[in-house]
Ligand binder design. Structure first.
Ligand code: NAD
Ligand code: IPM
Ligand code: MN
Length: 351
């Protein structure tokens, strides 16, 4: 039997609840399709930090490099500053493995209500630049005669912009043929005009894609007022981050929003993790929505070359969301993580 080696990093908070839940679903789907997932359980995160003073062991990246994919829950917990926990685990993985595309689909699943009163069709793919941009360690804090100053530089390389924009335009070509690029060239005088210039160059090679740029503030509003107009949205690291939470909210909850951190060259393992975080406000109570993590699992199966198994998992998710009695609290229901997970397993199409 063909077994894929998968690193499982539950991380912190609800990551420890939704990741094992999704593993159950994936194991079941895999066995029905004649393959297996060999999980390498890695207890890295804020508890590991408390014991060892680092978020992962020194050879952590090397160990992940030996896997076929990384399945991650969430990172971050009160007591460890967020910039320490995230720059100690999640962000180094994205960078070490050249996962320059963060693909974040969002759509209205059957049975889910958008908080928007008028929300007809909503089916977007956010392509977020994932290894540079506003997320940088360049800068610092300085004491000056005029008072303390903090400086945070953004780094946009031509190669970094070009490759993610090319991915987004290719995706738009394969989907509805429409793309919006998030900019802010009215306020950011160096990076965003550069991003816009590279966007126009890449667009020239995709004459079949209808595209426009929008300032990110107006685009955020557009998600609320005309969600049906959007198809592929591409943005820098920070803009894509913020817009993906907006998209998740439009689709009903952060609890149903997946993401895939992809190295499209295939040279390194890609990483699959929900858009949401560790949700300290609900962690430990067994009420977290496992759908985002399970959907991430479907994206991982697809990536590993099992589109039929991935489609089964998505079909099972849709059968569960269609049933209000199976909704978790974030969706207005009363189901627990365990009930929603078991329902997804029960809803897997028979093989
Ligand atoms: P969050 O996404 O953890 O939570 C925001 C809100 O959404 C909370 O009210 C939470 O209860 C709710 N929510 C999130 N996921 C849910 C789910 N599956 N089911 C039901 N409700 C859900 O964002 P935050 O509060 O800003 O961050 C908490 C911690 O997580 C911080 O340490 C942050 O840095 C970290 N974080 C990590 C990741 C990641 O690892 N990829 C992503 C985002 C935030
Ligand atoms: C996400 C998260 C992370 C990000 C944080 C926790 C660093 O918000 O994956 O969306 O901004 O990339
Ligand atoms: Mn985010």
């Amino acid at each position: 039997m063909n077994a894929h080696r998968i690193a499982a990093i539950p991380g912190d908070g609800i990551g420890k609840e939704v990741l094992p839940a999704a593993q159950r679903v994936l194991d079941e789907a895999a066995s029905r399709h004649g393959f297996a997932l060999s999980w390498c359980e890695l207890p890295w995160g804020c508890a590991w930090y408390a014991e060892h003073g680092t978020m992962m062991p020194p050879d952590g990246i090397d160990r992940l490099g030996e896997t076929d994919a990384i399945f991650l829950g969430a990172v971050g917990w009160p007591g460890v500053p967020d910039h320490v926990s995230l720059w100690g685990l999640l962000i180094p993985i994205r960078r070490a493995f050249n996962q320059y595309v963060n693909l974040r689909p969002a759509r209205l699943l059957p049975g889910l209500a958008s908080p928007l009163r008028e929300c007809g069709r909503f089916d977007v793919a956010i392509v977020r630049e994932n290894t540079e941009g506003e997320y940088s360690e360049v800068g610092g804090r300085f004491a000056t005669p005029a008072g303390d100053v903090a400086v945070q530089e953004s780094i946009f390389t031509r190669r970094g912009c070009e490759r993610v924009l090319r991915y987004a335009f290719d995706l738009a070509r394969a989907r509805g043929g429409r793309l919006v690029s998030a900019t802010k060239s009215n306020g950011l005088v160096h990076t965003m005009p550069f991003w816009d210039e590279v966007t126009a160059e890449v667009a020239n090679g995709h004459p079949d894609v209808e595209w426009r740029r929008m300032h990110v503030d107006a685009l955020a509003a557009r998600f609320i007022t005309h969600p049906e107009d959007l198809d592929v949205v591409v943005g820098s690291n920070l803009f894509g981050d913020i817009l993906s939470d907006v998209a998740a909210a439009v689709s009903g909850s952060l609890g149903v929003a997946p993401s895939a951190n992809l190295d499209p060259t295939g040279e390194n393992p890609s990483m699959f993790e929900p858009v949401h975080g560790s949700a300290p406000d609900i962690a430990g109570r067994g009420v977290a929505n496992p759908i985002a993590q399970i959907w991430c699992g479907a994206m991982m199966l697809e990536h590993l070359g099992h589109p039929a198994a991935a489609a089964d998992v998505l079909a099972a998710i849709e059968r569960v969301t269609a049933e209000p009695a199976l909704h978790t609290r974030d969706l207005g229901g009363t189901a627990s993580t365990e009930e929603a997970t078991s329902a997804v397993i029960a809803a897997l199409p028979a093989r």
